[in-house]
Design a protein around this ligand. Structure first.
Ligand code: SF4
Length: 143
């Protein structure tokens, strides 16, 4: 299982899917009940992405999207045209910041993420949740 910090909202297409299919147990909530929590988390962890107005993939509190490369831009434009905008290739929505946050510097695009990020460019416990916990004064770190 690989997260790769790809961070997408579910829509009611997902929350209602098993109820409609008649399999498994229906989710106990729907999108509108969880949307404000998506807002909260996205702002806290920092998620970059594009606004697309797709009902099946709700937009969020995104930082500016990363830029597609020249080939991706061309493929995306061709898909959009060929399928009359019913199919779309979009940039990933990922927990890499494109604007710096307090205590974190925006991604430097060095592709060294597997070594850990000294800038806090991607969301991690070390860059985000532990510093926030320290700030509360309720955290004691013991070696
Ligand atoms: S290591 Fe940090 S700065 Fe470098 S590409 Fe990964 S997230 Fe960006």
């Amino acid at each position: 299982m690989l997260w790769g910090r790809q961070t997408y909202r579910w829509s009611d297409l997902d929350f209602e899917a098993n109820a409609k299919d008649g399999s498994g147990i229906d989710w106990p909530l729907r999108y509108k009940e969880i949307a404000s929590w998506y807002d909260y988390v996205e702002k806290f962890i920092g998620v970059s992405g594009s606004i697309e107005n797709l009902p099946q993939l709700p937009d969020g509190q995104f930082q500016p999207p990363m830029e597609m490369n020249i080939v991706e831009k061309d493929v995306a434009a061709r898909i959009k045209k060929e399928y009359n905008d019913t199919r779309r290739m979009i940039i990933g929505r990922c927990a890499h910041i494109t604007e710096s946050l307090p205590g974190r510097t925006k991604c430097q695009y060095r592709a060294k993420c597997e070594l850990g990020c000294p800038y806090g460019g991607y969301f991690s416990t070390q860059s985000s949740t532990l510093p926030a916990a320290v700030k509360t004064g309720n955290l004691t770190l013991r070696p």
